[in-house]
Design a protein around this ligand. Sequence first.
Ligand code: NAD
Length: 546
Amino acid sequence: MARTFTVTSGGQIRCRGWRQEGLLRLLENVLAVGEDPENLIVYAALGRAARDWPSHDKIVDALKTIDDGETLLVQSGKPIGTIRTHAKAPVVIMANCNMVGQWAKAEKFYELANKNLICWGGLTAGDWQYIGSQGVIQGTYEIFMRIAARHFGEDLAGRFVLTSGLGGMGGAQPLAGTMAKAAILCIEMDEARIDKRIAIGFLDSKAASLDEALAMIRQAQAEKRWLSVGLCGNAAEIFPEIVQRGIVPDVVTDQTSAHDLVYGYIPAGYTLDEVRKMRTENPALLMQESMASIVRHVTAMLEFQRKGAIVFDNGNLIRTHAKNGGVEKAFDIPIFTEAFLRPLFARAIGPFRWIALSNDADDIRKIDDLLLQMFPDNKIVTNWVHLARARVPFEGLPARIAWLGHGERTRLGLAVNQMVREHELSGPIAFTRDHLDAGAMAHPNIMTENMKDGSDAVADWPLLNAMVACSSQADLVAIHSGGGGYSGYMTSAGVTLIADGTQAAKERLQLALTNDTTTGIMRYADAGYDESFDEIAKAGINHFRL
Ligand code: NAD
């Protein structure tokens, strides 16, 4: 049966209530905006919405039949049954890709995945929270703007940003770059991904050769005109070629799926088809070749850094693989979280999202207006909302992301719930956030690298965070660990709430949104960050300082 991947609109529901219907619409949405929906793949190489099609169909069935007071259990994308709970319990709880410590290795993951015993949910694929490339766009934009403020001035006008990877998340880079007014060149192996980003409005143009791409960038720089250019090619070849030509970009990063040496990264010297075949026929050789290419790729990044470029790791484990491949200085490249965003996370300010379940874009515009009214003094938010509403196209269900912190998320959630109640919006709104959030992630080479107290690898925090969400009446709660090349590298938690305008939703939003950011502040306070103590004092959080 040929499947179609569309979102559902309007106020007609197929489930017993909006909590269940909302989650079903989010599941449909992650597939509608995903990279390879036929294979249930949403983003980040292997991040899946469900284990397989029978699992998917059973999840849909279950969401359509369960009532408040029943909870659906999902294990690595496979529904395993429902249990009787109570009306305030989550509708769905899930555990995705958690392997026991000594076994949590990429090879073991592939073995278990091949036996269909496990699947990787990425960070927001398996728990149906992904909203397309917009999901990371503000984070990427804030990084660029912090680099500008620290090194160049007001913005990146007249500056050359070099990066690679135009997949689900990497596809946000060109738009974030031009929002920061840069001339940004994105190297991508798969021409179809370049065309997709142009079609959805995230990328401006495509060059036919490196010469043409560099000429376009030079011209834009000279005119201080922002421009994004996609170039089909392999970053492991093109980055070294740019080094050899003696050209030094102002900013360099990478967002290929370098975390996964088999299903993500494409080694130099191979076509996409050859790599697809090698994945089953010779994964060991593919791993070796990917590693060799990553060594060249990161060596070029280090060379750019040596010559004065601002180089950072954008959260894909590329340094880790390079170091394992023998690049001793790979970790001279800083990770974006520690370098640019930690002071925000220490205040539990992070990527918060809302999605119009009725598929009415006007709902998002009305919430944009509300944000501007509610937070007129929050420069990050007001600047972002003006930019986003002008420049960020919607994909799938209309959605917005904005970095909000403790108290702000709760206030917004409650105000929106009231708007739903009073029919000022055309339907309920789902609230969620990235797993890369203050209390929700342990990822020692990305989120928690170089924590002040050395607690980088302590995974208690996301587990506590998920239990807090369950105890606080969230509608969906998920615990994820890394799969594929991320196996053994991370644990995180996801949470979703449906604001359906009811009194019960008001209670859920109040508790779950407040307690989510509270655990984030407590986590960073425990590690000794002053910003967190400041928030604790301001918000009167009952934190024990031992
Ligand atoms: P994706 O799998 O959808 O896309 C990756 C892209 O990289 C593909 O289009 C692929 O063709 C391209 N590619 C692979 N090797 C290449 C090479 N050598 N040269 C040029 N292009 C190459 O993945 P995604 O969702 O875009 O995520 C990319 C990476 O970012 C992943 O490792 C993911 O885990 C990570 N990530 C980071 C953040 C963050 O907050 N910074 C958030 C989400 C994901």
